[in-house]
Write a protein that binds this ligand. Structure first.
Ligand SMILES: *Cc1c(COP(=O)(O)O)cnc(C)c1O
Length: 362
């Protein structure tokens, strides 16, 4: 029996998107970012699809790195938030996980470390995001402290993260790249700046390592609509489970928030915010029924949405509905829901069955 509401993950599309990263950053090593369950696509399936083609993986938390090692993934893995306590540091050492270093507390723990196994680290510079990392003024001092730390492998990695790379017209990004280059150019060690947006829009940010996330999943990281050659990886599907005939003037769904302007047929689709479909998707958000666009009408509820089938005379119970993915860009759905596509793919819930497509002819 097939699940009513399911996501299909196309691993060939992931590989296609990785090849696009290689075109943008032909001479860089690639750290594929698979945090947050690979942006909702399934950590292990994505790690398996990518493990031959990338130089490392990046995840946010220690626990995510532990899960990858337990699943037998032997690639280099960087923990982007680093470790927060001795116990986490012990896990990193034991499992050969690399850490981003951004705080004095982490440096103290490294200085006190007595075990012989060394750890690889990325020292993080904050160039204006004001989130993780040391400021330019303190960077040299911290770098030297880590250089003296015999528990830390040399050379250190040197990295930063840009705050506005998704806007190709931003004046801030060139300045942030310059701050990074000024701070690290005379220091020994591999450099890394670029996330997906920077890989696509800011060639000056492409250095020894790039850190693509969202673009691997076939989703544009840019704040503007620009045509890219990415292929969507996640498609979210459901089915029509009921059809309702209503008259002009009748209200639909919670709070009667939508009143039909015409006599019509509504399709009731088995997907809602309980599956990760966005609660704030507006009336008119496109949904595909048998491949044709119909508008969402009425409030999104936990388990269902309603669509207007006025132009779909043949639609019937059991028909397949696409919420986003192939032929319906998640970027477009995000605009209708006043959010970014990252939140939509990350937000798929446990209830949604994930099917991983390994072979696909098109
Ligand atoms: C999440 C993350 C990335 C990947 O960002 P995308 O916009 O998904 O490409 C890269 N670097 C760091 C430090 C991150 O936290």
């Amino acid at each position: 029996m097939q699940a009513t509401t399911y996501a299909v993950i196309d691993t060939l599309a992931i590989k296609h998107n990785l090849s696009l990263v290689r075109q943008y950053a032909a001479h860089s090593k690639i750290m594929a970012i698979i945090k947050a369950n690979a942006y909702g696509h399934g950590l292990f399936a994505v790690a398996e699809a990518l493990q031959e083609g990338v130089d490392a993986f990046g995840v946010a938390r220690v626990d995510e790195g532990i899960q990858l090692r337990k699943a037998g993934i032997s690639n280099k893995i960087t923990i982007l938030e680093g470790f927060t306590c001795q116990q986490e540091l012990d896990s990193l050492v034991q499992l050969n996980l690399d850490a981003v270093i951004h705080s004095d507390k982490q440096i103290k723990l490294l200085q006190q470390q007595v075990a012989d196994n060394k750890i690889s680290v990325w020292l993080k510079l904050d160039v204006g995001m004001n989130r993780l990392g040391f400021n330019a003024a303190e960077f040299k001092t911290v770098y030297e402290k880590l250089q003296r730390c015999r528990f830390v492998k040399k050379p250190l990695g040197l990295m930063t993260h840009l705050s506005c790379a998704d806007d190709p017209d931003s004046l801030i990004t060139a300045k942030q790249i310059a701050v990074f280059n000024d701070s690290v150019s005379h220091l020994d060690g591999e450099k890394s700046i670029a996330n997906s947006a920077a890989i696509i829009s800011w060639p000056d940010a492409i250095s020894d390592w790039v850190r693509p996330g969202i673009m691997l999943y076939g989703v544009s990281p840019l704040s503007k609509e620009i045509k890219l050659q990415l292929k969507p990886v996640m498609s979210l599907y459901s089915r029509i489970i009921a059809i309702k005939h209503i008259q002009a003037g009748e209200a639909v769904g919670y709070s009667g928030a939508w009143v039909s302007p015409h006599n019509t047929r509504l399709g009731v689709v088995a997907v809602g915010y309980g599956d990760g479909y966005p609660r704030y998707a507006k009336n008119g958000t496109p949904v595909l029924v048998n491949g044709e666009r119909v508008p969402l009408v009425g409030r999104v509820s936990m388990d269902m949405i309603t669509v207007d089938l006025a132009n779909q005379a043949n639609a019937k119970v059991g028909d397949t509905v696409t919420l986003w993915g192939k032929n319906l860009a998640v970027e477009e759905i995000a605009r209708y829901a006043d959010t970014i596509p990252y939140t939509l793919t990350c937000g798929i819930t446990q209830r949604v069955t994930i099917e991983t497509l390994v072979d696909n002819d098109g």
